[in-house]
Design a protein around this ligand. Structure first.
Ligand SMILES: O=C(O)[C@H](O)[C@@H](O)[C@H](O)[C@H](O)COP(=O)(O)O
Length: 257
């Protein structure tokens, strides 16, 4: 029977330290569940401050790095050693500090930087080879997608009023006119976000207060982050600090793992 998407669960913590601890507990729990069911854990990571917020996973003996398959929720189309590369950021903040096998990390194919359509297709093919033979779904079902929010309510590289908001078929799309530099990017699409098992948004600090209130209290405004509504049994979680949630009226949930 068709069930509507569940409302987002909002957890707000006193400090960013507590936020990152609880986020690590959540990720480990999701990983353990996924590995016991399927022997692998499929994750999509973002850039911004997100990779740093994963610091409590480092040196955590419960993390089975060899079972992780890591993709990028969005990526700037730049060389992998460029300061703008999300891969580069994740490499510095996380991958270089943990024993994750290199073949479990899936960066963009930089030999295709001149042709973003091909580059996005190649990334979609990488997803197909990870998901399609193993799961029979029309869209990949990520165990976990970790996202940030921009001050305009964008998430991944899905920007307000952009034509990509109505994409229905592709798994990976490209843009050449991102309103935030760098302009050339690829991104997972809404159908992918909305087929995942868990999406976690992470937001900290008072600079997020206004936009977080719009996203959660006024979803009819249709900001990209408000449109992330995974179909049943998927669930959106917000892991934020009290500074970020200061203006939010949406009901906070009592934290439980
Ligand atoms: O270029 C981008 O699109 C940004 O990097 C963006 O994706 C970032 O993740 C958010 O703006 C959240 O940023 P913070 O995590 O730094 O708050």
């Amino acid at each position: 029977m068709h069930q509507p998407p569940s409302p987002p669960v909002l957890y707000s913590f006193d400090s960013t330290n507590e936020l990152t601890e609880k986020l690590a507990d959540f990720i480990v729990k999701a990983q353990t569940e996924a590995v016991s069911k399927k022997g692998r854990f499929t994750v999509a990571l973002s850039g911004g401050s997100l990779p740093k917020q994963l610091n409590k996973l480092i040196d955590n003996p419960a993390v089975k790095w060899d079972r992780w398959q890591v993709f990028f929720a969005d990526e700037r189309c730049v060389p992998l050693d460029d300061d703008d590369s999300n891969y580069n950021l994740c490499q510095k903040e996380l991958f270089s500090k943990v024993p994750i096998p290199e073949q479990n990390i899936h960066p963009i194919d930089v030999s295709l930087l001149d042709d973003l359509e091909e580059l996005a297709d190649a990334y979609e093919k990488a997803l197909i080879s990870e998901f399609a033979q193993k799961d029979s779904a029309r869209f990949p079902v990520f165990d976990l997608i970790l996202l940030g929010i921009g001050p305009d309510g964008h998430t991944c590289s899905l920007f307000p009023d952009h034509e990509l908001l109505t994409e229905e078929d592709r798994w990976v799309a490209y843009i050449e006119n991102s309103p935030k530099p760098p302009p050339r990017r690829i991104t997972l699409t809404f159908p992918v976000l909305n087929h995942s098992l868990r999406v976690v948004f992470v937001a900290a600090g008072e600079s997020k207060a206004e936009i977080l209130s719009t996203i959660l209290d006024n979803p009819e405004a249709g900001l990209p982050a408000s449109r992330v509504k995974p179909s049943h049994p998927g669930q959106v979680y917000w892991y934020v600090d009290n500074a970020a949630s200061a203006k939010v009226k949406y009901q906070k949930s009592e934290y439980r793992l």
